[in-house]
Design a protein around this ligand. Structure first.
Ligand code: BGC
Length: 263
């Protein structure tokens, strides 16, 4: 099936379970996903990301991970890259060898030529949050932002994903937004919550200059501590914490694979 990635599409997944893999800078995590509950059906497995995280090395780890579950069906895989027709077009926080790699074909081959859908990590987290989490049944313009090593974005209009928005790379205060306000910057520069929230406010106001979202969902590891920083933001758009936490990428990847929609 080819068509836009949507909440309503997700409802018609047609199968009870799927499999998702989330490729991050430090870990590659995967599990079987229960589509009824929108949760992991079994405990996930995490394998450290090989360094350098070349396409070949990552493909081997993905095959090992899927094999450990004995899963034989379609597999969805996230990458921190723009993905066009299954091909990675950027590699901001991952090995540059991914650029122009046909990730969908490579991963399909490493998994015995089965159906594989590859999508941007924030887009995967977004489709999961829109179906099962903080964006459930939300129409209008909804923006999910993931604050981690970088800043990822997933934009929805009435539940339909606009893929590869890359709003983490807006130019803000003369530099790349994610160099200003990613969660990793808070750690690296030892910023207190207040100082970091001030930077996030600067960033969100830049986003608000070009978009008028009805809702912003804040995801990434720092969403666990949302009470420490969301109340400190000073922006016009309501901002809520993502609810699926670390599993959103895995769940969204599995949904995309079940839908068979390759962005
Ligand atoms: C990348 C995005 C990715 C985000 C979160 C950014 O640096 O450009 O593609 O979604 O990091 O991993």
């Amino acid at each position: 099936m080819v068509g836009p990635m949507s909440m309503s599409g997700a409802r018609g997944l047609g199968v009870a379970q799927g499999f998702g893999v989330d490729v991050g800078g430090s870990g590659i995590k995967g599990s079987i996903v229960d589509f009824g509950a929108g949760t992991l059906a079994v405990e996930r497995i995490r394998i450290p990301t090989p360094q350098p995280a070349t396409p070949k090395a990552v493909a081997e780890v993905v095959a090992e991970l899927v094999g450990r579950f004995g899963w034989a069906g379609p597999v969805g895989v996230t990458l921190p890259c723009v993905i066009k027709g299954g091909v990675a077009k950027t590699a901001a926080n991952v090995d540059p060898g991914w650029i122009d790699t046909d990730a969908a074909s490579l991963l399909s081959r490493s998994l015995g030529d089965r159906q594989v859908v590859v999508l941007n990590d924030a887009d995967a987290a977004g489709i999961a949050e829109m179906r099962y989490g903080a964006g459930h049944d939300r129409l209008g313009v909804v923006l999910l932002l993931t604050f981690g090593t970088g800043i990822g974005s997933a934009l929805f209009a009435d539940g339909i994903l606009v893929p590869n928005t890359e709003l983490g790379h807006l130019e803000v205060a003369g530099g790349d937004a994610e160099d200003l306000a990613a969660a990793s910057v808070k750690d690296n520069e030892h910023l207190a919550w207040k100082a970091w929230a001030h930077r996030v406010t600067t960033y969100l106001r830049a986003v608000e200059e070009v978009l008028w979202p009805d809702l912003i969902i804040a995801g990434g590891g720092v969403s666990k501590k949302a009470d420490r920083w969301l109340p400190l933001l000073n922006v016009r758009t309501p901002v809520v914490a993502a609810t699926l936490r670390n599993d959103a990428g895995i769940v969204g990847a599995a949904m995309a694979a079940a839908q068979g929609v390759q962005p």
